[in-house]
Ligand binder design. Sequence first.
Ligand SMILES: *[C@@H]1O[C@H](CO)[C@@H](O)[C@H](O)[C@H]1NC(C)=O
Ligand SMILES: *[C@@H]1O[C@H](CO)[C@@H](O)[C@H](O)[C@H]1NC(C)=O
Ligand SMILES: *[C@@H]1O[C@H](CO)[C@@H](O)[C@H](O)[C@H]1NC(C)=O
Ligand SMILES: *[C@@H]1O[C@H](CO)[C@@H](O)[C@H](O)[C@H]1NC(C)=O
Ligand SMILES: *[C@@H]1O[C@H](CO)[C@@H](O)[C@H](O)[C@H]1NC(C)=O
Ligand SMILES: *[C@@H]1O[C@H](CO)[C@@H](O)[C@H](O)[C@H]1NC(C)=O
Ligand SMILES: *[C@@H]1O[C@H](CO)[C@@H](O)[C@H](O)[C@H]1NC(C)=O
Ligand SMILES: *[C@@H]1O[C@H](CO)[C@@H](O)[C@H](O)[C@H]1NC(C)=O
Ligand SMILES: *[C@@H]1O[C@H](CO)[C@@H](O)[C@H](O)[C@H]1NC(C)=O
Length: 568
Amino acid sequence: MFTNTLIGAVAVAAVNVAAQGTSATTPAVPTGTPIPGDYTGPLRPQVHFSPPQGFMNDPNGMFKDANGTWHMYYQYNPTGIVAGNQHWGHATSEDLYHWENQAIALYPPEEGQYVFSGSAVIDVNNTSGFFPDQDNGVVAITTIAHGGSGPQTQDIAYSRDGGYTFEWYANNPVIDSTSSQFRDPKVIWYEDHWVAVIAYSQEFVVGIFTSPDLKSWTWASNFTRHGLLGTQYECPNLVKMPVRDRDSGDLLEETYVLALSVQPGAPLGGSITEYFVGDFNGTHFAPSDATTRLTDFAKDNYAAQYFYGTAEGENPVNLGWASNWQYAQQVPTGNSEGWRSAMTLPRANYLTYAPRIGLTMVNEIYDMSPVLEDGDALAEQTMGNGSVVVDYSDVASGAVFVDVTVTGINTTLVSSFTTLNLTLSAPASGEALQSGFYFGGDTPFFVNRGLLRGFDNIFFTDKFSIADVYSSDSSALASWSMQAVVDRSIFEVFVDRGTHAGTVLFYPTQPLSQLTVASRDLPEGAQVSVSVRALKSAWAEYEDESGVVAGNVTETIAKRHMAYEAAF
Ligand SMILES: *[C@@H]1O[C@H](CO)[C@@H](O)[C@H](O)[C@H]1NC(C)=O
Ligand SMILES: *[C@@H]1O[C@H](CO)[C@@H](O)[C@H](O)[C@H]1NC(C)=O
Ligand SMILES: *[C@@H]1O[C@H](CO)[C@@H](O)[C@H](O)[C@H]1NC(C)=O
Ligand SMILES: *[C@@H]1O[C@H](CO)[C@@H](O)[C@H](O)[C@H]1NC(C)=O
Ligand SMILES: *[C@@H]1O[C@H](CO)[C@@H](O)[C@H](O)[C@H]1NC(C)=O
Ligand SMILES: *[C@@H]1O[C@H](CO)[C@@H](O)[C@H](O)[C@H]1NC(C)=O
Ligand SMILES: *[C@@H]1O[C@H](CO)[C@@H](O)[C@H](O)[C@H]1NC(C)=O
Ligand SMILES: *[C@@H]1O[C@H](CO)[C@@H](O)[C@H](O)[C@H]1NC(C)=O
Ligand SMILES: *[C@@H]1O[C@H](CO)[C@@H](O)[C@H](O)[C@H]1NC(C)=O
């Protein structure tokens, strides 16, 4: 959560909603029932999560419960389309693509306070003592901002109904502070105690704290001034991650990753997430080298959070906020469709040894089968030099998945003209989103969103690239791959088996509906396999006749009904 942005935004939001009020204690913010949403707008992603209405930023409190249900909370302004009036919105999913909107889960404990970013855990052993007769109690730990410039403290809330409703702990804060820049606790379980990483944002420190019971916390160590500083540290995540063989996927070892979001002041402008690989011994994180690594080569992936509660040994899963504070509050969806910001696709991560570079985090798109359209692919083709053109204007969701693999590459025979491009276009307006790979020389992958005309902002920079060493062994034929999802206004691309990820927002004036994969000057013997699949809208299934997604109202209605019956 970026405080300076928030303070400015609170003022704006207050003007917009003055008549309705801005505090959770006022009727403007509904309690006990989800906010309805219209997910039919031409810019509304169909396989990504976005809030029903209003402004969303960081993912918060994410956990997977014992029944396999994924819970996601998020920084939410339910009364405006810019940041401000922060609450925790809530949605649940069985597959990370179909999301059931739930009632807002955390409201400010008092007027003039804001619920900033934080995390949640399942207190399976009742370490907190909040859960007399259950093993599925949920404890959220979050930053409370006391006004725009008052202190930021760490407070907890507990849920006895599996994460749907919470009560604030009576003896908050659990970590007091006089600092106005101390936030975003992320809690994990380590062997026999809880561990929280929290950002002292403007001192460039990640504080590591330990606790036996989630209530009493002890400072354990500081991780100070590592990597890119930007102008603030935010949203630290400490996560145990497998190291896998690049080809076989076999588990080699497990290690820790400390991910840290930096903002503003990223190399490309605004917001970015960096990560460090190292050892964690329960109190101290020691990076294994001096390298700063980035999770994304474009501009629209910030504040990602890992789910608590995924199985030991499984690749950890994260969702990020697919935006950038440089323009998050200006993007056109706010005025035209009444919502702003989506989450990234769910990603499973592991580390591997990439050629020449060494330890690198790989991004795999979490199993997309729940949203893959049944039946034939839109295209399934192999070629050498050539092109595949697909008109997908008939795909109702406007969302497609593209999978390209190039095999049999003799790397000594590639030239500076050896390229493979993926272009998505809107023939009616001539707009296009371009991407492609140069197999020779410095081998960069590029994305260009500069040929789209739906959003003009000086910070909405349009060209991104990343160098990819896809092979360092010229004695063997090499292969290279890319996977991409295009979803109305979000493009996510995973280059070279997920070694690089690019998350790119784009705003066309006409829907993109044509896709071209083209290759040229490939060495003799190289073969390109192209598969293009239509994606099903995850939201359309929840729409009523008028196109509205109501969310999980059934329980509320049932409860009201019971209350009504009890009254008579
Ligand atoms: C799992 O589902 C069962 C049956 O619906 C329910 O009783 C239980 O509370 C759920 N467990 C969790 C962890 O939510
Ligand atoms: C719960 O208790 C078991 C048995 O003592 C222990 O192995 C496990 O680490 C504990 N987990 C949590 C999250 O408290
Ligand atoms: C949970 O902790 C509370 C407080 O210590 C205690 O009263 C309760 O019996 C505990 N429940 C279980 C199942 O351990
Ligand atoms: C840890 O960092 C915080 C924030 O800069 C600072 O206030 C505190 O004194 C540090 N603790 C130690 C022991 O250095
Ligand atoms: C963890 O590492 C720190 C720093 O090296 C060290 O002081 C501490 O004793 C270690 N703790 C354990 C349990 O090994
Ligand atoms: C690549 O091409 C060169 C030149 O034709 C040849 O000498 C070499 O054996 C080829 N490499 C592989 C791995 O096939
Ligand atoms: C891919 O795009 C680049 C940059 O516009 C261009 O130079 C190259 O010729 C294109 N390659 C193909 C196969 O279209
Ligand atoms: C691609 O075209 C070049 C000539 O431009 C040719 O040398 C090469 O063999 C072709 N590659 C394939 C895979 O057909
Ligand atoms: C709806 O919310 C209730 C809690 O109010 C929860 O028990 C139930 O599982 C939810 N149903 C769905 C489909 O999310």
